[in-house]
Design a binder for this molecule. Structure first.
Ligand code: HEC
Length: 495
């Protein structure tokens, strides 16, 4: 009943939106095809191919396929609603800032075509008018991989309960330095896979060395007391908490490098003139997040890799500005957390990806150039945890050494957040979705193939600035020059 009312309401909103759209059409726009003349094969299918089928086909992330007329027809009304409300295709960047090559957006003309098709009775038209179907290679969006790495064992997900993040070290058997220009993760069972991240663990990294290759592994939890914090924070407790934070940060420095991830909305890795380096002797470490959905299920995920024949001129490497030290108070509707890094080398910035969990509300990426000039690169005003989107810069930006990247996030820990599992809880950093994260991932390209995350950037206390008139104020010893209190006065900025 309620559902129907809502749908009715949506229809009204949709109609008036539609009227608005038509009313404001620029005079030199081609006139919309009259309802009844718009057909599936001639007008609608090309739009679906270009904007929808990457997700809406069998075996992909969307719940229904929009490949054929018969598959699409039942969703005609839903399609009209979804495109008028801009719910589909999913895209969350504020158009005021930045231009992105992977932007998903329908032109006003495309929207008019879809609406006019639905309003005209969703006619099939003549199948002879159809464009040739898109070629999808055996499920791989990146094309035929040179190598497929499959989980050597399946994970059995129970019907109910919480599954801790699982890690799986897969011996890489890379006998030489290998350059990857494309990578894609194909979950074995999408019903239970929430997300997967594949990391490259270089031979010198100590990360996850206590995990036996080929066996699922759950890292030891940090001091459990810490997360029970309920106001009664004595000095000892505080010290404990600080040292845990330190451990956490030390460990953060020795993570593997992110190779590719899988989550709704996330695109596979596809590079054109660059590649990611997998050093000889590296292993692949999978971080697997499974969610129980009422039915037990088992998963055996695969990763497809495409290599470059020649070493590329440029190396792509993923970095992050994160802040693991926050405590979001109960019921706070707009808690701010910032993170900041200082670039140690000149790099070219290629893409950005905010990451938070259920309480994530908005996310901003800004750069502060060495001369003090500030630029907003990406603003996601309404973050939606269900969509993990990466934003690829249409024109990569050169960031000189000494540039800072600053991320600002807000969290809604109030009862007004429909995803909030418990507004009465203080929330800290943690793997599970009811805990929080604050990570601004970004990829850079560099010509130095030996570069590492540590050689390229240094985490800083948020708010740190070098006064522009004192170029020598930059500290060689890694200590922030000066912590200005500038900004919001929020208490969240402890690193
Ligand atoms: C990045 C992947 C992706 C793309 C691209 C995409 N969709 Fe979806 N779509 C989804 C997923 C996942 C769902 C189900 C979850 C949801 O509704 O949020 C969905 C749901 C829908 C629904 C269900 C109705 C609703 O409002 O819940 C419609 C209709 C739809 N998509 C139409 C389209 C159309 C039309 C396009 C192209 C213009 C498109 N989608 C592009 C992933 C995608």
């Amino acid at each position: 009943m309620k559902g129907r009312l809502l749908k009715g309401l949506l229809a009204v909103v949709g109609l008036s939106l539609c009227a608005l759209l038509m009313g404001t059409a620029a005079p030199n726009d081609t006139a919309p095809t009259p309802p009844g003349k718009t057909t599936f094969y001639k007008d609608v299918l090309p739009i679906l191919q270009n904007n929808c089928q990457s997700c809406h086909r069998a075996g992909e992330v969307a719940p229904m396929s929009l490949i054929t007329y018969d598959e699409t027809r039942p969703f005609a009304i839903a399609i009209k609603m979804a495109v008028l409300t801009k719910k589909m295709p999913p895209w969350y960047a504020d158009p005021q800032f930045g231009h992105f090559s992977n932007e998903r957006k329908l032109s006003p003309q495309d929207i008019r075509t879809l609406v006019s098709w639905v309003d005209g009775g969703a006619q099939p038209g003549n199948a002879k008018d159809a464009p040739p179907p898109l070629n999808f290679v055996d499920g791989w969006n990146i094309g035929q991989p040179d190598r497929v790495i499959e989980m050597p064992v399946a994970y059995n997900v129970p019907a109910e309960g919480t599954v801790e993040y699982q890690y799986l070290v897969i011996p890489g058997n890379f006998t030489q330095d290998t350059w990857v220009r494309a990578a894609e993760i194909r979950p074995g069972n999408r019903a239970v896979v929430h997300h997967v991240i594949a990391f490259i663990r270089s031979p010198e990294s100590k990360w996850m060395r206590d995990a036996k290759p080929g066996e699922f592994f759950v890292p030891k939890k940090e001091n459990q007391q810490e997360s029970s914090g309920n106001g009664n924070q004595g000095n000892a407790n505080q010290q404990q908490s600080n040292s845990n934070q330190q451990q956490r940060q030390d460990r953060r420095g020795d993570l593997g490098e992110l190779l590719v991830g899988y989550a709704p909305g996330l695109q596979p890795l596809e590079l054109t003139d660059q590649a990611k380096l997998i050093k000889a002797g590296s292993d692949i470490v999978l971080q697997l997040h499974y969610t129980a959905n009422g039915n037990a299920g088992s998963d055996q995920t695969r990763i497809g890799l495409i290599f470059t024949k020649e070493p590329p001129k440029l190396r792509t490497i993923q970095l992050a500005a994160s802040n693991p030290g926050f405590k979001i108070p109960p019921n706070d509707p707009n808690y701010e957390v910032k993170s900041q890094v200082l670039l140690q080398e000149t790099v070219t910035l290629a893409d950005l990806m905010p990451h938070m969990h259920f309480r994530g509300k908005d996310f901003l990426f800004q750069v502060i150039y060495p001369d003090g000039k500030t630029e907003t690169l990406l603003s996601v005003p309404k973050y939606d945890f269900n969509w993990q989107l990466g934003y690829q810069l249409a024109k990569p930006i050169v960031l000189p050494k000494g540039t800072r990247i600053e991320c600002t996030a807000h969290f809604d820990n109030s009862a007004n957040n429909p995803y909030n599992p418990d507004p009465s809880k203080e929330v800290r950093w943690g793997d599970q979705t009811w805990e929080e994260m604050m990570i601004g991932f970004f990829s850079v390209t560099v010509s130095d193939t030996k570069a590492t995350a540590a050689s390229l950037m240094k985490p800083e206390k948020p708010g740190t600035r070098t006064p522009p008139n004192q170029p020598n104020a930059q500290q060689p010893d890694g200590k922030p020059a000066a912590a200005s209190s500038g900004g919001t006065g929020s208490t969240s900025n402890q690193q």
